[in-house]
Design a protein around this ligand. Structure first.
Ligand SMILES: [Zn+2]
Ligand SMILES: [Zn+2]
Length: 169
């Protein structure tokens, strides 16, 4: 959905969105829900509310596909990209909020929802905090079976520590 910034009324706009959104980076299971309040403050646009959606991820340890429900508050200030580029003295002063840019007097809520979902996707997704991963040698899914390769799931940094401790003994 596209919002014309100059047409946002004084009292703001309240939106309840249910959108099908596609993205190349993350696989979003549709639909995505959001309830947003969009307000204009001088040339900036303040967007607050909440977003929820389901994202399909691949576990970074065992490579299994799984999905997570993301539910997150939204609080973004959009600045006019043209003015920011033109005016060196334009001040970006929204420290505590997410920041975005709009172009040509238009704010695209699909982009907004996408960005907000992306922000909340874990960098190293895990199907479960206890996921044991895959044996690097034989490829066995260690959640389902054990193998005899002797790879423990100790963090490599801990392993160094373990060796140091052994040496001391
Ligand atoms: Zn896993
Ligand atoms: Zn193995």
């Amino acid at each position: 959905m596209k919002i014309i910034v100059s047409e946002i009324p004084e009292e703001g706009i309240e939106l309840d969105l249910t959108e099908d959104i596609r993205d190349d980076v993350i696989r979003i299971a549709s639909p995505v829900h959001a309830s947003l309040k969009i307000e204009k403050r001088a040339s900036e646009v303040l967007v607050t509310g909440e977003i929820s959606g389901e994202v399909k991820l691949q576990c970074s340890r065992c490579l299994k596909n799984f999905s997570v429900n993301i539910k997150s508050p939204v609080e973004v200030v959009y600045h006019p990209a043209d003015a920011v580029g033109r005016d060196e003295n334009y001040e970006l002063q929204s420290d505590e909020l997410d920041m975005g840019f709009y172009r040509n007097d238009t704010l695209d809520t699909d982009e907004l929802l996408k960005e907000q979902l992306l922000l909340n996707v874990p960098m190293k997704p895990l199907c479960s905090p206890e996921c044991k991963g895959i044996c690097p040698k034989c490829g066995t899914d260690l959640n389902a079976a054990q193998c005899n390769c002797g790879f423990s799931e100790i963090d490599p940094r801990l392993k160094v520590l373990e060796q140091l401790l052994k040496r001391k003994e």
